[in-house]
Design a protein around this ligand. Structure first.
Ligand SMILES: [Zn+2]
Length: 280
């Protein structure tokens, strides 16, 4: 999966075998773990009219300050999407069938009862999933699920393997390559090695990939963890990239589920690696 597919109709890679299609340019963001610091992220997004999906486990994760009902309702009322992130943030491929069902179904029902809205999206805790996990997510009634695959801008993906473009984290180059290879995205690994590894910081990489999305169409998906942004003091960098991508003409700013609605209808045809990239 890469941005050189027929859905990317740039001047330089257009061929006679591919009919030109209207370019969709989508910006979406997603934020995992339900930490109370998500409210600070939401304020940054709101100030720039950016959309976001907040993936929330029911039991707390990482830090004690997980959002409660009031905070979640505040986010939803402000127009952000709430997605599920497991009942207790278990690594799903390690669960037996009963645990798996509880992890993907209870959190959906709990959030829907709380919010009074359908919860359409799921994010795999630690980015780990198998075919069995995907089947459980489908049975639970989700419209799609987000992975932690990075560097993807192409809109032709399986909704239950929704990739991202950039993680708010100063990864080393080898992490990007390993992440793509684990997702069987060998073209993505090659693209990174040949064209992107000199971008430097994650902020510069984000800008380069956003500029490519503007030129070729596709999706630019930023994901992260507010607690991590806080621990690593990445707030200034985050504001820089949010400023860079906001307020652009001809760009749709959508939460994750609405971005999936823009996908060409398709059945999954992508190779399934048994266990997919982890969050880092
Ligand atoms: Zn998580």
């Amino acid at each position: 999966m890469n941005d050189d597919s027929p859905l990317s109709c740039s001047q330089d890679d257009f061929s006679l075998s591919v009919l030109p299609m209207p370019l969709s340019r989508i910006v979406t963001t997603s934020w995992d773990d339900g930490d109370v610091t998500d409210l600070r992220i939401a304020a940054l997004l709101r100030d720039r009219k950016l959309a976001g999906t907040f993936y929330v486990p029911i039991a707390g994760h990482h830090r004690s300050g997980v959002m409660g009902a009031r905070e979640l309702i505040t986010l939803r009322t402000a127009g952000f999407e709430i997605g599920a992130h497991g009942t207790s943030h278990l690594t799903l491929p390690t669960c037996n069938r009963e645990q798996l069902t509880r992890e993907v179904e209870f959190c959906k029902k709990h959030l829907e009862d709380l919010l009074g809205d359908p919860v359409r999206m799921f994010a795999y805790p630690r980015g780990k999933y198998t075919n069995m996990v995907i089947q459980a997510v489908k049975r639970a009634g989700y419209a799609g699920a987000r992975t932690t695959q990075m560097l993807v801008q192409n809109l032709a993906f399986d909704p239950y393997r929704m990739p991202t473009t950039v993680h708010v984290y100063p990864h080393s180059p080898s992490v990007y390559v390993r992440n793509a290879i684990r997702a069987a995205d060998f073209a993505g690994a090659w693209k990174y090695l040949m064209r992107l590894r000199h971008a430097g910081s994650w902020v510069e990489l984000s800008k380069v990939l956003f500029d490519l999305t503007l030129r070729r169409g596709g999706i630019w998906h930023l994901y992260g963890h507010s607690w991590e942004v806080d621990e690593l003091q990445l707030w200034d960098d985050l504001e820089e990239i949010l400023d860079y991508v906001s307020g652009r003409a001809d760009v749709l700013y959508l939460p994750n589920a609405a971005a999936l609605d823009m996908l060409p209808s398709q059945k999954s045809h992508l190779p399934c690696n048994d266990v997919c990239p982890s969050e880092k």
